[in-house]
Design a protein around this ligand. Structure first.
Ligand code: CTP
Length: 410
């Protein structure tokens, strides 16, 4: 599970047409194992009903400070209890009124009371008309919340409910989830650490329309970057071409070729505490890249391949053991022997090996079965798990190696 598992999330929903999206967010959080307490403002109830969220969370839904208590006296201290026990408070969508309430410390509705009582991190996902968003009052209120440590996610530019385009659309829900995870992970075991993760395969151009590539989807690398972020790290993700959304709160460096990945990774490793090389780097590239499209002649075509740099070995040669280095080994047999060989040949501290010939383990799948081979001779076999869970376990192990060396950079 990710950092959301077992966490108490308060989801505050305000009166915006984007309120219907909060139901999907609520469902995602519940499926990730969070205990979600939903608070609907009075205006939110005009757009969505408590029953929607009650059905998703199987928990009471809060809202009317006085009416709820009249109907159910056991809720008489809900206005303080919910906030006191929260691990994170997420307001999505956050309207101009609620942002103003929270910025000014009002306590005139259930959501405002909860926010005032709570000391948990606050995440706001604004959604409103562009004029309201750009008004100096709203901007000042948001700045106040940010100065107090709140996390702002969105809004984005796009079509608004009024039919015009502008700034004010709710951020994509995966960003709201990412921001919530990052807020929960603040101060985690990798706080103050710099982590570099590589992901995806590389594309080695043959001509302007063709390339040599591989089947890597980038899912494992992206999950690792998110797990490192959730452990509190500052993360740089160097990624080959993938069709995955940019993870929230992570610096993404897109690259195409192995040589570009080598340059970006070596640059990012300067001052880093941990490198996780999950990328499937092409070992060879066409020796000559044609600047014109190759034409079909009907004859056999031979393309000479030239070797690419070994990025992990190059990092080891340049930085030695100044950072912890984790590599991967996707094998089709001889897993243990190959992992141990690569551990030493590339100067890694840990090699995460998997047998890609096993169904469900490897390229393009959502699951992976990994065995971690340590430089110290340790061997830890993980069961077949979803990639986000594998990532959490690998980052925990790598984080322990980083911690054992002491000296956080911040
Ligand atoms: N790797 C790298 N640079 C390369 C090739 C691989 O940094 N040019 C890294 C991978 O990101 C991975 C580890 O080295 O973390 C092992 O990758 P793998 O492809 O299994 O190893 P290779 O050295 O390419 O060996 P082979 O293909 O012969 O199995």
């Amino acid at each position: 599970m990710t950092i959301l598992a077992g966490k108490r999330v308060v989801l505050g929903v305000c009166g915006s047409i984007a309120a219907f999206k909060a139901a999907q967010l609520c469902s995602t959080l519940v499926q990730a194992g969070a205990e979600v307490d939903v608070i609907l403002t009075r205006a939110a109830r005009e757009f969505v009903t408590p029953l929607t969220f009650q059905s998703l969370t199987r928990r009471a839904v809060y809202g009317d400070l006085y009416g709820d208590v009249a109907a159910n006296p056991s809720l008489s201290s809900a206005h303080v209890d919910v906030g006191m026990h929260a691990d994170v408070l997420v307001v999505c969508p956050a309207t101009a009124t609620t942002i103003a309430r929270l910025a000014h410390g009002l306590a005139d509705d259930m959501l405002a009371c909860t926010a005032l009582v709570s000391r948990a991190p606050l995440v706001i996902a604004p959604a409103m008309n562009v004029g309201m968003w750009e008004h100096l009052a709203t901007q000042a209120n948001v700045a106040t919340l940010l100065a107090r440590g709140a996390t702002q996610v969105g809004p984005t530019f796009g079509r608004l409910a009024e039919g015009i385009s502008g700034m004010g659309r709710l951020a994509p829900l995966e960003d709201v989830v990412g921001a919530t995870r990052a807020a929960l992970g603040r101060g985690g075991p990798l706080a103050g650490r710099r982590v570099v993760v590589t992901a995806g395969g590389t594309h080695e151009p043959i001509d302007p329309v063709r390339f040599v590539g591989n089947r890597s989807s980038g899912k494992m690398g992206h999950a690792l970057a998110e797990a490192a972020r959730d452990a509190g790290a500052m993360v740089v993700l160097v990624t080959g071409p993938v069709s995955l959304a940019r993870p929230w709160g992570i610096e993404v460096v897109p690259v195409e070729t192995a040589r570009q990945m080598a340059d970006a990774t070596l640059g990012a490793c300067e001052g880093a505490d941990l490198l996780v090389m999950a990328a499937a780097v092409a070992d060879y590239r066409p020796a000559v890249e044609s600047d014109r499209k190759l034409k079909r002649s009907g004859d056999a075509l031979a393309i000479t391949l030239a070797p690419n740099p070994d990025i992990l070995a190059t990092v080891s040669a340049r930085f030695g053991d100044r950072l912890v280095k984790v590599g991967f080994a996707a094998e089709t047999g001889e897993v243990a022997a190959e992992a141990t060989r690569k551990l030493h040949a590339k100067g890694a501290h840990l090699i995460c090996a998997n047998d890609v010939s096993e169904v469900g383990s490897g390229f393009g799948t959502d699951t992976n079965r990994v065995t971690m081979f340590g430089r110290d001779g340790s061997v830890e076999a993980l069961p077949m798990l979803p990639k986000p869970e594998v990532a959490t376990l690998i980052i925990a192990r790598a984080g322990a190696l980083v911690a054992a060396r002491g000296g956080a950079t911040a």
